[in-house]
Write a new protein. Sequence first.
Length: 265
Amino acid sequence: MTPLRQVGAPPSSDLRVVLLGLGAINRRVAQLVTDLLPNVRVVGSITRGGRPLDVALPPIRDAGQLAAVRADIVVEAAGHEALKTWGLPSVRSSRTLIISSVGALADDSFRQELERESAMCGSKVVLSPGAGAGVEALAAASTLGITSVIHRIVKSPEALGTIGVEDRKVVFAGTARQAAARYPRNANTVVTTALASAGLDETRVEIVADPAATRNSHEILAEGPAGRINARIDNVPIHSSPKSSEQAALAIVRLLRCAASPLVI
C-alpha cells in the first residue's frame, strides 16, 4: 500500500506529534512536552469520544484527518483496542509510531501485520520502555542470546484491581504472553522485556499485590552468555492514576526528545 505521506521527507523545524489517547499518560506527556520541549508541537489528538486536549488541539476522528495533519510521530497510550484500530493508519501517515500499550503486540498476527505495513511505508514502530528499566541492556545482551529472564511487578491491590488482598500475594505467575492477556493495563512493560530478550513464551512473569506498596516496582533478572542483568525501578504513580507510573510518561518524553535532538543518549 502506498504511504499517505512522503515519510522520507525531512521533518519541519518543529516535530509534529499526534496523541493517540488522552488518558493519564498522554496528558502528562502533553504537559511535559509543552513545558520542556519547545521544538515539539502536539497538533492533534485521537480519543474515543473525539474530545480534544484543549480548544487549540483539534480532534482526529478518521484516517483521512490523521493524514491531513502530517504528523511526524504518533504517540499511543490508549490501550490494546485503540492501538489495533489506529496502528496501521498511524504507520501509513507518520514517520514513527511510539507504542505504550505494548501488550497488544503479544498478538503475533497483529504485530507481524504492523511490521509489514511499517516496512512498506518506510516508517518505524518504536516500543516505549514504559515503567521498566534495563531494556537497552537486555536488547544488547540478546544478540548473544538470553537463557533466562524473570520480570517481577509489585503494585498495590488498588493499582492491580485486586481489592481485598490484605497481605503480600503473588496474584499471577506465568509467561509474558499470558500476563498481557490477563493484565492488559498493568503488564505492557513485560511484553517489552520479552520482545527485547527471550521471547513472549520464554519470559517468566510474577505479579505481586502488596498492600504496603506505595510505588509501582519492576524488577528484571536475566542471564545469558553476556552476563547477568539485575534491573529494578520503583516508580512514583502519576497523581491522577495509581495504575500508571510517572516513568511511563517520562519514557515517551525521552523518545520525543531523542527524535528532536541531534544528540541521542
